[in-house]
Design a protein around this ligand. Structure first.
Ligand SMILES: [Cu+2]
Length: 121
């Protein structure tokens, strides 16, 4: 018996196909992104790895609620998909103790409103 006709499979595949891929590398003690332009409503697929030890990649919304997470592990790539639904400053925090600089391992990302003045469409 096949499960391939269940509708959510196709929807999921479609969503991932249209997602913007952003490569993320954790390292003591920073986050490197291949792209830092984010817009409300855009599906983002973060592909997360580490250059050194295991880190925890946590995305916090402007209210500082954790909205997505995965592990950043050396020699592995973990994927987490998210669609930002409100503009503002989101924070990336490390969720895995990774040595003395762990608490400074954070990054702000700015999510712009949909159809803002500076889009290039
Ligand atoms: Cu850490």
């Amino acid at each position: 018996m096949s499960l391939s006709k269940l509708p959510y499979h196709n929807q999921h595949a479609l969503a991932i196909e249209h997602a913007k891929v952003v490569e993320v590398t954790g390292l003591q003690y920073a986050w490197e992104f291949s792209d830092e332009n984010f817009t409300v409503g855009e599906e983002i697929q973060f592909r997360v790895t580490s250059k050194d030890v295991t880190h925890g990649f946590g995305i916090y919304n402007p209210d500082l609620q954790l909205i997505a997470q995965t592990q950043a592990m050396p020699e592995y790539t973990n994927t987490v998909a998210i669609t930002f639904d409100e503009p503002g400053t989101y924070k990336i925090l490390c969720l895995e103790y990774c040595s003395v600089g762990h608490h400074v391992m954070m990054k702000d990302i700015i999510v712009k409103p949909k159809g803002g003045n500076d889009n290039d469409n």
